[in-house]
Design a protein around this ligand. Structure first.
Ligand code: ADP
Length: 724
């Protein structure tokens, strides 16, 4: 073990400005320590020469002694920041925070000769950084602070009183001292005056001794008093220190609370709005970095100049009122671009003990996304409203809670409703004409029970003038996430005009068909006359030509009949002339007729039961001949057609099967609609009314009509009717 020379020691020592000590050996024997270090340790010079463990036994169990060992043995430098150490200060274990360094100082051979130990007490800085408190504690802290202040004031007063006492004691002490000195002087003088005065002197000395012992007593008492005063002073001082520490802690807690808060918070000081505290959330909203701390808001965020926020915040220093703002729009530079945002915020004045406003606290929540979404919805609603108005659509919905009918003015206009009070659902339904009331109720019930939306065209009487109007109503029931009925709403369109157009068209078709029938009947008569004549004169060519002409006239007649029927159907003028007859016989005669018309196909009967029904003979005949003519028309390349007539499920069932082109499944549902024709069959003549009429006729007989088909393979059309 080699010790340093005094010069070396001093040189190392003088390098340090902070608390410094020099240790040797792996036990960190304190070779020297400056005053600052002794103060840190709260020890006196008696620790010099002791190992660190002996000098500061409280370090046992803490990592420092081991660190010294490593520094000595491995020649390292170990340093730390904000490191807590528990030291005995004023006889109490206290946690103090240090920035420290243990540096191995080596000789030329690289051997460690000592450890230079430097330390800075950073407890204050650390406490400033350390953050612990939640928002709610702020108030408590402030209250505590106030209580502390009051206590502090009381302590100060106490201190002042003690000081005064102390001064008084000191004064009386110095008086006593003066008196003492004066008497000693006199005594010395008296001694010099000679022996003759010895007696007198002795006497006076005795007196003096008495006096002295009284003074001594007095002094002892004063000293005791002084000691107790000192103790009291030390106590007061300690309390004071504690309070100052608590104050700092409270402030640092508040700071940390703000910094760690999940909501954006900033604290502005003075009317210049110096950004005293700002947390990351707020910096993010502002699109700024932490270097704006300490700057006035107008400099940190120049884009705010000309916007209302700076004056709003400044005003709070004068008004002292807390300000709440909702969805306030602000233009802020974020990512280098001036962008509009929407914010909810609270600005609250912060007052000191005297009630003076020292800063303003701002808490902000960004609501841009919500506001923008709402504005989008509003825009969409406006467009929708515009579209509804432009389309003259009546809109309604039923409030599920109150069952009230809510509607727009267009709907009231369409209905001709001028009542003061809101029209009720019952009132609206009462206007529907008799024929449709049940249909509407059924459709509504269907929609409510979740079986789809509805789309009905119906007639009703207008409220104001009783005029018959035609309406198309589309309704929809929406359910909430639990599947409960939540809204019932829809549109109403006035379709009276188009309905009237349709009626006019139907009337026209009916009239034309009717007019065409008379010349055709007469043409048919003459053709038959001519044919008889040609047959008699054995003119086979003329007779053959007349037969073809006759077939064409028949085709035309059946087409015209189709149109006539459609117009009758549409105007509700179709009447069933029911009678009891044999369906199988009707089928046979219709097939025979078809065979006469078309000799290319062969029609076979697979099964024919004798069945009696009660129905309109002509109309059922039309249905059968329509199915047969379709089977012929849509199977140009295959000859076989098969018909059946049988009892099935207590009904009379007829089927017509062909091996023709078949039907796409998408089309099968629509075949029975008016004027519907399959897209790519347009080379085959037709109007798309045959199946529509057939379906209407069968439906009016309480029967059913349907098709089974496979594309490219053929189709089978079925219909059934009740038995007689
Ligand atoms: P039209 O035959 O005058 O077009 P229909 O109402 O009788 O009118 O038939 C409607 C449509 O149904 C036809 O256009 C046709 O595309 C299809 N269709 C009807 N019968 C058959 C069938 N047997 N095979 C294939 N397609 C058929």
């Amino acid at each position: 073990m080699s010790f340093l020379s005094n010069e070396q020691l001093l040189a190392v020592f003088n390098l340090t400005k902070t608390a410094t000590a020099i240790h040797v050996t792996e036990d960190a024997i304190i070779q020297t320590a400056n005053d600052a270090m002794l103060q840190v340790w709260d020890k006196d010079r008696s620790v010099i020469g002791k190992s660190l463990a002996d000098a500061l036994p409280e370090l046992k169990g803490q990592p420092f002694i081991d660190m010294f060992k490593r520094v000595w043995n491995e020649g390292l430098t170990i340093s730390g920041k904000d490191t807590p150490a528990d030291l005995i200060i004023d006889g109490k274990i206290t946690t103090v925070y240090f920035d420290f360094e243990y540096r191995a100082i080596k000789d030329e051979d690289g051997k460690t000769i000592c450890i230079l130990h430097t330390a800075t007490d950073v407890t204050d800085r650390f406490m400033g950084k350390e953050a612990l408190i939640r928002m709610r504690e702020k108030e408590e802290a402030l209250e505590r602070e106030q209580a502390l202040n009051e206590e502090l004031a009381a302590s100060n007063e106490e201190l002042a009183a003690i000081n005064e006492e102390y001064l008084q004691i000191q004064e009386s002490l110095s008086q006593l001292n003066e008196e003492l000195e004066r008497r000693i002087e006199i005594r010395t003088k008296d001694l010099a005056d000679g022996l003759e005065r010895e007696l007198a002197l002795n006497e006076s000395q005795l007196r003096l001794n008495d006096e002295l012992s009284t003074i001594n007593e007095e002094m002892t008492a004063s000293n005791e008093e002084l000691l107790s005063t000192n103790e009291e002073l030390a106590m007061v001082q300690e309390r004071l220190n504690r309070k100052i520490y608590l104050l700092a802690e409270s402030e640092s807690r508040f700071r940390s609370l703000v910094e760690q808060s999940p909501v954006a918070i900033a604290l502005f000081k003075s009317t210049d709005l110096l950004i005293e505290i700002v947390n990351d959330q707020m910096l993010q909203i502002w699109g700024k970095t932490a270097d704006i701390k300490g700057k006035p808001l107008a400099i940190a965020m120049p884009e705010l100049i000309g916007q209302p926020f700076i004056p709003i915040l400044t005003d709070i220093f004068t008004t002292g009122e807390t300000l709440f703002a909702y969805e306030s729009k602000a233009a802020i530079i974020r990512d280098g671009e001036l962008t509009d945002g929407y914010f909810n915020f609270i600005c609250q004045p912060v007052k000191d003990d005297s009630g003076e406003i020292i800063s303003v606290l701002q808490v902000v929540t960004e609501v841009t996304a919500q506001v923008k979404a709402r504005l989008e919805v509003q825009k969409a609603e406006e467009i929708m409203r515009f579209a509804i108005d432009a389309a003259k659509l009546g809109v309604w919905h039923i409030n599920t809670e109150t069952n009230a009918l809510i509607y727009n003015t267009t709907l009231a206009d369409i209905f001709g409703y001028q009542g003061e009070e809101n029209m009720s659902y019952e009132q609206a339904i009462a206007q529907v004409t008799e024929d449709y009331r049940d249909v509407i109720n059924d459709e509504i019930q269907k929609a409510i029970s979740g079986r789809g939306d509805y789309d009905i065209t119906y007639s009703q009487r207008r409220f104001n003038d009783g005029e018959l109007i035609w309406l198309r109503s589309l309704g929809k029931v929406t359910k909430d996430e639990n599947g409960d009925f939540s809204t019932f709403s829809g549109f109403v369109m006035d379709v009276t005009e188009s309905k009237k157009d349709e009626e006019r068209k139907n009337d026209f078709i009916g009239m034309v068909s009717h007019e065409l029938k008379t010349p055709l009947t007469s043409l048919n008569g003459y053709l038959q006359l001519l044919q008889n004549k040609a047959k008699k004169s054995n003119d086979t060519f003329t007779s053959g030509a007349l037969e073809i002409a006759g077939k064409q006239v028949k085709k035309m007649t059946s087409m015209i009949n189709g149109f006539l029927n459609i117009s009758r159907l549409e105007s509700g003028k179709i009447i069933l002339n029911k009678s009891t007859f044999r369906l199988d016989e009707l089928l046979r005669s219709t097939v025979e007729e078809a065979v006469v018309m078309d000799s290319d196909h062969s029609i076979s009967f697979t099964r024919v039961d004798a069945i009696e029904i009660f129905a309109d003979y002509d109309k059922i005949s039309n249905v059968i001949s329509n199915l047969l003519s379709n089977a012929i028309k849509y199977a140009p390349n295959s000859k076989d057609i098969e018909v059946t007539c049988q009892i099935a499920d207590h009904t009379a069932l007829i089927s017509v099967r062909d091996e023709g082109m078949g039907i796409n499944p998408e089309d099968t549902e629509k075949l029975f609609e008016r004027y519907y024709r399959v897209e790519n069959n347009h080379t085959i003549s037709g109007f798309g009314i045959g199946l529509y009429l057939s379906a209407e006729i069968i439906e009016r007989h309480n029967g059913k009509i349907w098709v089974e088909s496979e594309l490219g393979k053929g189709s089978t059309f079925y219909f059934n009717l009740p038995l007689a």
